[in-house]
Design a protein around this ligand. Structure first.
Ligand code: RIB
Ligand code: CA
Length: 313
């Protein structure tokens, strides 16, 4: 289609996701951006179970009129640890608050790892991976098909924290759910940017922003309804657009303050498993292996977010 032809000069990305109300907005912004070509959406158990997050991804693509984007189903649980959902934040369905129509698209037959491998190995230019969920699929991909590393441009992930957590005292949800997967990704040698809570907590949609978005278009109408049910922050004091910060980093990196540093994750702490260690002072004496976002211009993010939603349908 004509859309595919213009995609030639767009940055190819794969979004690995667990929709998820904040995932929904990140996906919308990526799909309607004129700079990104979403080659695949892969799903992983996270905010809610695998069947629900996959159903939500399909409903979003139907709603956005983008059933041309393939969906591949990934892991239904972390590599080693027990699965815990975040339905308290996103509602039982994972996308509570809006009545989507039924999807007509089916997921690919290939599982997410095989589908990601195929997209990456068949791409004429290196592919950017945008995980905005637990890293189970990404770890399995890099371990099963290490050859993909030569055609991955970088991984820009929403997860982790250089400070405190949002799933327990010191761990952020995406990393906390599968710390072993995160460890494999952080030590894979693939170029990596961590967009964590240090910016996510400041990437807020305020009530006036929600009111403005509500009447912009179909996406804005959907967003407003989902925001009423979203418990990632509060409608009154600000809703945290965690996952949108990973897409914002791709589209407007100047919003961020970021440093090259050594990043690791605790696996054995009885109270700190899943805690990301951002070694800003070099205590561990290791070479930098990641770019870590430490701050964001909150007001500039709000402006960017509303402009991005205005580009949606
Ligand atoms: O900690 C925030 C992350 O956990 C986001 O990706 C949100 O969707 C949840 O998955
Ligand atoms: Ca998510």
């Amino acid at each position: 289609t004509s859309r595919r032809k213009t995609d030639m000069n767009k940055r190819p990305i794969i979004i690995d996701t667990d929709p998820g109300i904040d995932d929904a907005l990140a996906i919308a912004i990526a799909l309607f951006s004129d700079e990104l070509d979403v080659r695949l959406i892969s799903t992983v158990a996270g905010n809610v179970g695998l069947d629900k997050v996959t159903y939500n991804a399909l409903r979003l693509l139907k709603y956005f009129g983008r059933e041309d984007v393939p969906v591949a189903v990934g892991a239904d649980r972390p590599l080693i640890r027990e699965f815990e959902d975040a339905s308290s934040v996103h509602g039982k369905s994972g996308m509570e608050g809006f009545d989507f129509e039924e999807p007509t698209q089916q997921p690919l037959k290939e599982n997410a790892v095989d589908a990601m491998r195929n997209v990456i190995m068949n791409s004429s230019e290196p592919v950017t991976l945008v995980p905005i969920a637990p890293l189970t699929n990404i770890a399995l991909l890099l371990k099963t098909y290490p050859e993909v590393k030569r055609n991955i441009r970088e991984i820009v992930l929403m997860g982790g924290s250089a400070s405190r957590g949002n799933k327990g005292v010191m761990a952020e949800f995406n990393i906390a759910l599968d710390p072993e997967a995160a460890h494999m990704v952080f030590h894979s040698g693939v170029k990596l940017t961590m967009v964590g809570l240090d910016v996510g907590l400041k990437a807020l949609v305020l009530p006036e922003d929600s009111e403005e978005i509500r009447t912009m278009n179909k996406t804005g109408e959907m967003a407003y309804c989902l925001f009423k049910k979203y418990r990632g922050g509060s409608f009154r004091t600000g809703l945290k657009m965690y996952d949108a910060t990973a897409v914002a980093y791709l589209l407007k990196p100047e919003l961020f303050e970021a440093v090259e540093t050594y990043l690791d994750v605790e696996l054995h702490g009885t109270m700190t498993a899943g805690c990301t260690l951002v070694d800003l002072k070099g205590y561990l004496g290791k070479e930098p292996n990641a770019t870590v976002c430490l701050d964001i211009d909150g007001n500039a993010f709000r402006t960017w977010f509303k402009e991005a939603i205005a580009k949606c349908r």
